[in-house]
Design a protein around this ligand. Structure first.
Ligand code: SF4
Length: 142
């Protein structure tokens, strides 16, 4: 029996505003395996050495951001809705949004983030078990 504040689950449906893929500088970590998958999807070779897509931070790699803070893979459609150019193969950090430890630590943290992510607290309902699965996948990233 869980006593987490979100034990009844949470709602989330992305509204494609793009806020989480732009704005303040940040890191989107990618594992060696994810780099291989993205590389294959892009039909490119050795993107690890291609600064158009990846930047090295210590021993790890993060996706490149444009000067305006947009993720290098953020696109907009004709309705100005955000599209991820590598949606099928995006890193686990992106796939697990917004079910991150930092946002789930309290309802206050969750609701604070919901002010910038209009997809939170609306749409599809995720059960506690589904949320914990997302969290575990994110941890498995290593
Ligand atoms: S901020 Fe939320 S609603 Fe906007 S693109 Fe990101 S996940 Fe979707």
């Amino acid at each position: 029996m869980t006593r987490e504040w979100y034990e009844d689950g949470l709602q989330f449906s992305c509204q494609q505003c793009g806020n989480c893929c732009s704005g303040q500088p940040g890191y989107v970590w990618v594992t060696p395996q994810e780099i291989q998958t993205i590389q294959h999807h892009l039909e490119e070779h050795n993107i690890q050495h291609n600064s158009n897509y990846l930047r090295r931070i210590g021993q790890q790699f993060s996706l490149v951001e444009k000067n305006n803070g947009d993720c290098i893979f953020l696109r907009r459609n004709e309705k100005n809705l955000a599209i991820c150019a590598i949606n099928q193969v995006k890193p686990k950090q992106c796939k697990s949004w917004p079910f991150w430890d930092s946002l789930l630590q309290s309802k206050q943290s969750w609701d604070e983030e919901a002010k910038t992510c209009p997809g939170m607290n609306r749409g599809k309902h995720y059960s506690y078990t589904e949320i914990e699965t997302f969290r575990q996948q994110d941890k498995d990233q290593g």
